[in-house]
Design a protein around this ligand. Structure first.
Ligand code: HEC
Ligand code: HEC
Length: 142
């Protein structure tokens, strides 16, 4: 037990004293850059856009965004996603309406307006890029 504690302490000292030396030779997902060196910029990937939307991987998955959102803005005052996805506008814009769950408060009470819990859409919905997975993944969710 004592030895284990000592080993942890020595490890902590090495980690705090010599981060650069320690990270040399270890390749992480961000490459083998030392933590205190500037990371190499990664290549920009093209967003994948899918007409009709992406297939969901499991029932309650927030669907991925199948269109460009680079001009959309979400702040405390505005949310341009709702120009197309709100109850008032979705028919006119031929866009899917936000899910019913988006109107529930944390006690399950139905609200008139979108719940503040669902205001920051991109917290859950994300655009996708066509990329090779960084690590092998066999998750299917079904
Ligand atoms: C100009 C109108 C418009 C705006 C603005 C817009 N969308 Fe959309 N969105 C659409 C349309 C139309 C579709 C349906 C596209 C399709 O299925 O091909 C769609 C599809 C989606 C879907 C997929 C739904 C599903 O069931 O697969 C998500 C998620 C989504 N949008 C999220 C967002 C978010 C988040 C924003 C803001 C960052 C946003 N949209 C802004 C029009 C818009
Ligand atoms: C906390 C996570 C979360 C946030 C924030 C969120 N959503 Fe969703 N969204 C989901 C989930 C989960 C689903 C799928 C289940 C459902 O329909 O409730 C979904 C479904 C949707 C759908 C598809 C509805 C359907 O019936 O096919 C659209 C469109 C959508 N969201 C748009 C938005 C927009 C626009 C915002 C921001 C105003 C937003 N969402 C915010 C989690 C979220």
């Amino acid at each position: 037990m004592k030895q284990a504690v000592l080993a942890t302490m020595v490890g902590a000292v090495i980690l705090t004293q010599a981060p650069a030396a320690f990270s040399a030779g270890i390749s992480s997902l961000r490459g083998d850059n030392a933590l205190n060196a500037e990371a190499k910029a990664f290549e920009k990937a093209r967003q994948k856009k899918v007409e009709g939307g992406f297939e969901r991987n499991w029932d309650l998955q927030p669907p991925s965004i199948p269109h460009d959102i680079s001009k959309d803005r979400i702040s405390l005052q505005e949310n341009t996603c709702l120009k197309c996805h709100s109850k008032a506008n979705y028919e006119k814009e031929k866009a899917p309406e936000v899910g019913d769950s988006h109107f529930l408060d944390r006690n399950g009470k139905k609200l008139e307006k979108i719940s503040s819990r669902r205001w920051f859409c991109v917290q859950c919905h994300t655009p996708q890029a066509d990329l090779k997975p960084l690590v092998e993944n066999t998750f299917s969710g079904k």
